[in-house]
Design a protein around this ligand. Structure first.
Ligand SMILES: C[S@@+](CC[C@H](N)C(=O)[O-])C[C@H]1O[C@@H](n2cnc3c(N)ncnc32)[C@H](O)[C@@H]1O
Length: 264
């Protein structure tokens, strides 16, 4: 399944009231939205027609989040569905996730693209992977392990999408500050010179689920219904739905970590 086909399906299943996108470029992913949307990109050049009530912000995601009311465009200032597809460097994607989560609720869905590079070249921090017109995933894959280590409460689902893999994060908690607190320390380890030491598990996608299987899971109705509840009850409902679908199982093998080390 292509990443945009997954995103289109998630729009149908989540039925978001609001959509947020970091990294708009030509509007190929933003064109899928039919609900009030915010798109952020310092260099967008739209070639796709948009079909939503959209606030396009020509700036970096960091500058956007530094604003007093970044989601003033939304009737309710909360993000139901987010697509993080901006700067493909681990420290940027991690900041984008931390900042996006602050505007979510437990039933929000955060999608992060380019999380499963297919080669060390594609995972490079320099744009070497795109020199021949190929995909550039960068080293955003590194934040999968960061999430497992620092946020075991999140449900992090790796999906075997084309071309460069996608991760869906469920059960966000806008009140959790542990990732933000760990950020400086974590980034010191994340930023390493090319070539990147990409774990075999990432390259082979051995921990990834077939996206068709994921979208067929019976979690979406409960996830939509959970929005009607207060955060604690919504969290319990989404978590129960995830547990019933086997999504709370520890990942089989994290890079450099024994499975037992991954507590949930
Ligand atoms: C892969 S493209 C996005 C593609 C688009 N989501 C789609 O699926 O068609 C990445 C975009 O991120 C933008 N970008 C780069 N750095 C950024 C940043 N710091 N904040 C927001 N967007 C950024 C680039 O200008 C580029 O247009």
């Amino acid at each position: 399944m292509q990443r945009h086909d997954l995103l289109a399906r998630l729009h149908e299943l989540v039925q978001p009231r609001t959509y947020f996108e970091i990294g708009v470029r030509k509007g190929r992913s933003l064109t899928l939205s039919r609900v009030p949307s915010v798109g952020v990109d310092p260099f967008f050049v739209l070639t796709h027609e948009l079909h939503c009530d959209v606030h396009l912000v020509r700036t970096t995601s960091d500058e956007f989040f530094a604003r007093r009311h970044p989601f003033a465009h939304f009737p309710e200032q909360v993000v139901d569905l987010a697509f993080i597809d901006g700067m493909h460097l681990a420290e940027f994607a991690l900041r984008d996730l931390i900042n996006t989560e602050r505007h979510c609720h437990p039933a929000s869905v955060i999608v992060i693209d380019d999380m499963l590079p297919r080669s060390v070249v594609e995972a490079g921090r320099g744009r070497v992977g795109s020199a021949d017109g190929g995909a550039w995933a960068g080293d955003v894959y590194k934040i999968i392990d960061v999430l497992h280590e620092h946020r075991p409460d999140l449900v992090v689902v790796e999906l075997d999408t084309l071309p460069t893999g996608t991760v869906v994060v469920l059960l966000p908690d806008p009140s959790d500050t542990s990732l933000a607190a760990a950020y400086d320390h974590v980034v010191g380890d994340l930023v390493t010179p090319d070539p990147q030491d990409v774990p075999e598990r990432v390259l082979t996608r051995s921990g990834a689920m077939d996206p068709a299987t994921f979208v067929a899971l019976p979690i979406w109705g409960e996830l939509r219904a959970a929005r009607r509840h207060r955060p604690a009850e919504a969290r319990r409902r989404v978590r129960d739905a995830c547990a019933a679908s086997g999504l709370l199982q520890p990942p089989a093998q994290l890079s450099g970590q024994a499975p037992a080390a991954v507590a949930r």
